[in-house]
Design a protein around this ligand. Structure first.
Ligand code: ARG
Length: 362
């Protein structure tokens, strides 16, 4: 999944070729390139609730392996993430092996000095790793997140009911759908390559998929009867590949409440946490943990009512309009073209290697 098996190689790419890649993209504005999947780079103040997590697990060979995940600041000292980020098989990461960064966009600004430590992690007691149900966990931080991090409000059940209605009323099976959700992360930009994580935070706009439609598309009763705990989101058009992907897990899915659009936070509400998909950017929608369902559990863990916090002040509303051609998505690859997708990935890898060699003068 989001293993940093080629950590060294990746570091090499990022440090040595990031500039080269970025300038290449801007030099060809009309070209669509793979992002979060099918997204664009975030600006510094765009998604201040996004948090980056680094988790170190003991490896079977006696060493350690590091994983990355997204997270969401819901108060200055509380972060939500996916339970599956903290637990692999029978091993649960310990709090001292989790590091949290808030208020950053580039991973180059993440270092040991600005990492925030975790004092306690609480995995939802009903988390089921086989079914991926209740895939939610809370991190209690040792100190408040830095100023650049701004917590987001969560949707409550009444709001989520309106979310569900909005999805049901606006869904278009075979055409364009409204971009009513914002998802973000540093995860894979290429569905074929779990090591294609981004060094810059990326986002894309998605469209909410009605629970029943999602259930039918997943088949095998993925969430039959579990409509309150899962939220599904897919691309804004059948022929556009947009999705969250490996490494985005635990990160935020955000909806704008039209009833609160005039507020200082534009009515932006956390509705989901990236949980799972069938690969990335295929016809079945991505599945998210429906945060509203866990409101009382979260408040109980926090020891206070998080909704009574003052309204955050955001400076950017990414849900105001779509992200334009630059991030409109990459063409959906049919299963048949999977192989060529793979070799494109290889070529890309080779290209990046060359670029890294060139930039690093190695
Ligand atoms: N489970 C993945 C992770 O751990 C996230 C998958 C999201 N997939 C999707 N198609 N939306 O990072």
């Amino acid at each position: 999944m989001y293993k940093l098996l080629f950590g060294l190689l990746l570091y090499w790419f990022f440090v040595c070729s990031a500039t080269a890649v970025a300038s290449e993209e801007s030099a060809r504005p009309g070209t669509v390139t793979a992002k979060i999947v099918g997204g664009v780079e975030s600006g510094q103040q765009d998604i201040p609730w996004q948090v980056y997590l680094n988790l170190t697990f003991p490896a079977s060979d006696g060493g350690q392996s590091t994983f990355v995940c997204g997270g969401v600041a819901v108060s200055q000292d509380l972060v939500l993430t996916a339970a599956h980020c903290l637990q692999h098989g029978s091993v649960t990461v310990t709090a001292d092996n989790v590091r949290v960064w808030g208020g950053i966009v580039s991973l180059f600004s993440a270092n040991s000095r600005n990492a925030v430590a975790v004092t306690e992690l609480v995995i939802h007691p009903s988390y089921n790793s086989a079914q991926f149900t209740n895939d939610i966990a809370l991190l209690k931080l040792a100190e408040p997140l830095p100023e650049g991090a701004i917590p987001i409000r969560m949707a409550d059940r009444a709001t989520q009911d309106r979310v569900d209605n909005a999805f049901a009323n606006s869904w278009v099976a075979n055409g364009e759908r409204p971009p009513n959700l914002l998802v973000s992360g540093w995860g894979s930009t290429d569905p074929q390559d779990s090591n294609s994580g981004s060094s810059t935070l990326r986002y894309t706009l998605l469209s909410g998929v009605p629970d029943r439609t999602c259930d039918a598309q997943w088949g095998a009763n993925m969430n039959s009867g579990d409509y309150p705990i899962f939220l599904c989101a897919g691309s804004v058009a059948p022929d556009l590949a947009r999705d969250s992907c490996f490494g985005d897990s635990g990160g935020p899915l955000v909806w704008q409440d039209p009833q609160a659009a005039g507020d200082a936070d534009f009515g932006l509400r956390l509705v989901g946490l990236v949980s799972f998909g069938n690969g990335c950017a295929v016809t079945v929608p991505g599945v998210y943990t429906e945060v509203a369902e866990y409101q009382s559990w979260i408040d109980a863990q926090a020891g206070r009512t998080l909704r009574s916090q003052s309204t955050p002040v955001f400076s950017v509303n990414l849900l105001d309009g779509d992200i334009g051609n630059a991030g409109s998505g990459i063409a959906v690859t049919t299963p048949d073209s999977g192989d060529s997708g793979g070799s494109i990935g290889l070529w890309l890898l080779a290209g990046l290697l060359l670029m890294a060699l060139w930039r690093c003068d190695l």
